[in-house]
Design a protein around this ligand. Structure first.
Ligand SMILES: [Zn+2]
Length: 129
């Protein structure tokens, strides 16, 4: 998006896959090999589609929980944090780190969950690796 707005950066390549692709929204969050590894950890059946809406719909169908959007948002946030930590803090990206960020953020969201989603949310977290 920055490139389209003529905002100059030394590189527009995705740092999570060592510059093999340019860093578009769909690449960074769904099609990058690193991101795909993170998604498969959460949702092993996930296969990336061509756009963000199809990916969100596919995740909704695979996760089959009323809080699928919270999970989808938190995985994207975790991928973004891993990317930023690599750029700004030189912390190497890893599935472990992405998963740790996801779990920490998930626990924070859980404390704000609505009561009707509460027990299902608690069970999902308990069964999460
Ligand atoms: Zn990539």
């Amino acid at each position: 998006m920055l490139q389209q707005k003529n905002f100059f950066l030394p590189s527009y390549a995705c740092i999570l896959c060592q510059g093999a692709q340019s860093e578009s929204r769909d690449h960074l969050f769904f099609r990058c090999p690193f991101s795909l590894t993170c998604w498969r950890y959460i949702c092993p059946q996930f296969v990336p589609h061509m756009n963000v809406h199809q990916n969100i719909q596919a995740l909704k169908e695979h996760l089959m929980v009323p809080f699928h959007m919270e999970i989808t948002t938190l995985v994207c946030w975790s991928i973004w944090k891993v990317r930023d930590d690599y750029i700004f803090k030189n912390i190497r990206p890893s599935l472990y780190r992405c998963n740790q960020i996801f779990k920490d953020e998930l626990n924070l969201v859980f404390h704000r969950a609505r009561r009707k989603k509460y027990s299902q949310f608690a069970n999902w977290i308990a069964n999460f690796r």
